[in-house]
Write a protein that binds this ligand. Structure first.
Ligand code: 4NP
Length: 149
């Protein structure tokens, strides 16, 4: 799960996916998140992401931000990014075509065609985080059904 800072969207995506796979006895699957930037490395998630997760009985408070590494592209089977900018930045880190094929916009799993990106909620209000949660929740259900079952 990859966004820019690894403090708002991708920690939520990680927490939601971990919660879903634990409930489906798929907890052997490793889930992690990272940011394309190093600006927030070692920080805990934004308190607004922690709050919206908590309201949905998911604890993401212990996560710590990290920057995506070249090894991640080798080690993980699926790299889900939040927006076009993340997509471009992650593709630039790929060393071969096989790695590029692992990278998808998380919204590409939504059944509806829109939206195509998970909007960056950092400079917005609290309701933006609820919108991000709902989008991720839907997209990750579809991701599990298509790729993990
Ligand atoms: P994220 O959100 O990429 O979903 O973690 C952001 C967090 C921080 C900043 C931008 C987006 N920032 O500009 O510091």
């Amino acid at each position: 799960m990859v966004c820019l800072g690894n403090i708002c969207r991708s920690p939520l995506a990680q927490g939601i996916l971990e919660d879903k796979i634990n409930k489906k006895d798929l907890s052997f699957i490793e889930v992690d998140s990272a940011g394309t930037s190093s600006n927030h490395v070692s920080e805990h998630p934004d308190r607004r992401s922690i709050e919206v997760a908590q309201q949905n009985h998911i604890d993401i408070s212990k996560q710590k931000a990290r920057q995506i590494q070249i090894d991640d592209l080798r080690e993980f089977n699926h790299i889900l990014v939040m927006d076009q900018s993340n997509y471009k930045n992650v593709l630039q880190l790929c060393t071969d075509q096989q790695q590029k094929e692992k990278v998808s916009l998380i919204c590409s799993y939504l059944k509806t065609e829109t939206p195509t990106e998970v909007p960056d909620p950092y400079f917005g209000q609290k309701d933006g985080f609820k919108h991000v949660f709902d989008l991720l929740n839907k997209a990750l259900d579809e991701f599990i059904a298509k790729e993990l079952l």
